[in-house]
Design a protein around this ligand. Structure first.
Ligand code: PMV
Length: 373
C-alpha cells in the first residue's frame, strides 16, 4: 500500500498578543516553517512512531492494543481528554516517557488519536509513522499544533474518514472544507492532550493556513497574501503563563494607564487587517511603510505592558540598523520576534541582517507568513 505524506505549518501572532486575553482582536498567521509526516501502511502487526527531532522511536504490537479495552475513549471529541482517560491511556500504551516532557506528550497525543480515530475499524492498522519539523519546540510557534494536524490528517485518511488526496502518488486535490473541519477537530484533541486547555487557535491556523485568522471578534475572510519575514528565536526561555499573569496584574494596578494600551493594540490589529486587505487587491510600497509603523507602535506598547526583554530590544536595534522593523511575537519576555522584509529589499541586505542576528547568538529563519494550511 501507498506511502502517505502530509505537512502543516506553524503560526505566528502578527498583532494582538496579550490584548487578546482581554477581549481584543489579534491576528494570527500561518508560518511557512512546517512539520512533515510520512505514513507507511504495513502488514507486520506493529504500529511504529518515529520522532527524530525529539528522539522518540517506539513500537507497539497492534494485536496487544487490539485486546485492550479502549471503551474509555468513547466520549470521543466532545470534551478535552479527562485525567482519567490520560491515565488509562498511559497504562494501555505502557508509556515510559515522562508525561510532562515533550516526548511523553507527543507519544500520548499520538496514541490518543490513533486509538480514537481507528477504533471504528475492524482491526487497528499496522503503520510506520515518522514526523519531523522545521519548527523549534516550545518557542510559541505552534509546533505541537502542526504535529497534531499532521497526525489527525494522516490517520483520518488511513481510516477513510476523509479522501486520500494523493491517490496514485499525486496530489490530485486539496481537502474539502468539511474534511478540514474534521482534521481541525481531531487536531484540537491532540493539542488538548499536549497542552491541557489551549484556545484552539494554533491548530486552526495550522489547518486552514493562508491569510490572517482573527483570534477574537467576527472572523474575517482568509486572503491569499504572503508577507516575507525574518523569524528570530532569541532562545531566551519564557513562560506564557507567567507573562500573561504579569500583564493582568499591571492592568489591575494601573487600569487607567493599561486599558488605553490594550485599546490601542486593538486598533493596530484592525488597521493591519485593513492594510492586508488592501494589499491583497493592489499592493503598493506605501502599504509596507504603514505595516512597519504598526509594528513599531505595537512593540512599544508591548514594552509598556512589561513583556519586553533585553534580547528583544537587541533584536529591534540590530534590525533597525539595517532599516528593518521588528516586534516580539507571542508571549514575549524573550522567545521569538518577527522582522518585516519589504519586497524591494536587496538580498545582500537581508543576508547582512541575518548574519548580525546570528552574531547575537539568535537563531534566524528567512521565511514567510500567510502560508497554506
Ligand atoms: O507563547 P505563545 O505564542 O503561545 O503566545 C501566547 C499569546 C498570548 O496572547 C500572550 C496568550 C494567549 O493565550 O493568547
Amino acid at each position: 500500500s501507498e506511502v502517505l505524506l502530509v505537512s502543516a505549518p506553524g503560526k505566528v501572532i502578527l498583532h494582538g498578543e496579550h490584548a487578546v486575553v482581554h477581549g481584543k482582536v489579534a491576528l494570527a498567521m500561518a508560518l511557512n516553517l512546517r512539520t512533515f509526516l510520512r505514513l507507511q501502511p504495513h502488514s507486520n502487526g506493529k504500529v511504529c512512531l518515529n520522532l527524530p527531532n525529539i528522539g522518540v522511536k517506539q513500537a507497539w504490537d497492534v494485536a496487544g492494543l487490539q485486546l485492550q479495552d479502549t471503551s474509555f475513549l468513547e466520549q470521543g471529541d466532545a470534551t478535552a481528554p479527562t485525567a482519567e482517560q490520560v491515565e488509562k491511556l498511559k497504562e494501555v500504551a505502557g508509556i515510559t516517557q515522562d508525561g510532562a516532557k515533550p516526548e511523553g506528550l507527543a507519544v500520548l497525543a499520538f496514541l490518543y488519536l490513533y486509538l480514537s480515530i481507528c477504533r471504528k475499524q475492524r482491526a487497528l492498522p499496522s503503520l510506520d509513522i515518522t514526523v519531523w519539523s522545521q519548527l523549534p519546540t516550545g518557542a510559541g510557534l505552534g509546533s505541537s499544533a502542526a504535529y497534531s494536524v499532521c497526525m489527525a490528517a494522516a490517520l483520518l485518511t488511513v481510516c477513510e474518514e476523509i479522501p486520500n488526496p494523493q491517490k496514485d502518488g499525486v496530489s490530485a486535490s486539496r481537502w474539502a472544507v468539511e474534511d478540514l473541519e474534521l482534521i481541525n477537530k481531531w487536531a484540537f484533541q491532540g493539542e488538548r492532550m499536549i497542552h491541557g486547555n489551549p484556545s484552539g487557535v494554533d491548530n486552526a491556523v495550522s489547518t486552514w493556513g493562508r491569510g490572517c485568522l482573527r483570534l477574537w471578534g467576527p472572523s474575517s475572510p482568509r486572503r491569499p497574501l504572503a508577507l516575507k519575514i525574518l523569524l528570530t528565536n532569541t532562545k531566551v526561555p519564557r513562560s506564557t503563563k507567567t507573562l500573561v499573569a504579569s500583564v493582568r496584574s499591571r492592568l489591575l494596578k494601573f487600569p487607567e494607564i493599561v486599558t488605553p494600551l490594550l485599546t490601542s493594540i486593538n486598533a493596530i490589529s484592525l488597521e493591519c487587517e485593513r492594510m492586508l486587505g488592501e494589499m491583497a487587491v493592489a499592493p503598493a510600497p506605501e502599504h509596507y511603510l504603514v505595516l512597519e509603523e504598526l509594528i513599531d507602535m505595537n512593540q512599544h506598547h508591548l514594552n509598556a505592558l512589561g513583556v519586553g526583554h533585553a534580547s528583544l530590544d537587541q533584536l529591534c536595534r540590530v534590525t533597525m540598523a539595517h532599516g528593518l522593523h521588528s516586534k516580539l511575537t507571542g508571549a514575549g519576555g524573550g522567545g521569538c520576534g518577527i522582522t518585516l522584509l519589504r519586497p524591494d529589499l536587496e538580498q545582500l541586505e537581508v543576508e547582512a541582517t541575518k548574519q548580525a542576528l546570528n552574531d547575537c547568538g539568535f537563531d534566524c529563519w528567512e521565511t514567510s507568513i500567510g502560508a497554506p494550511g
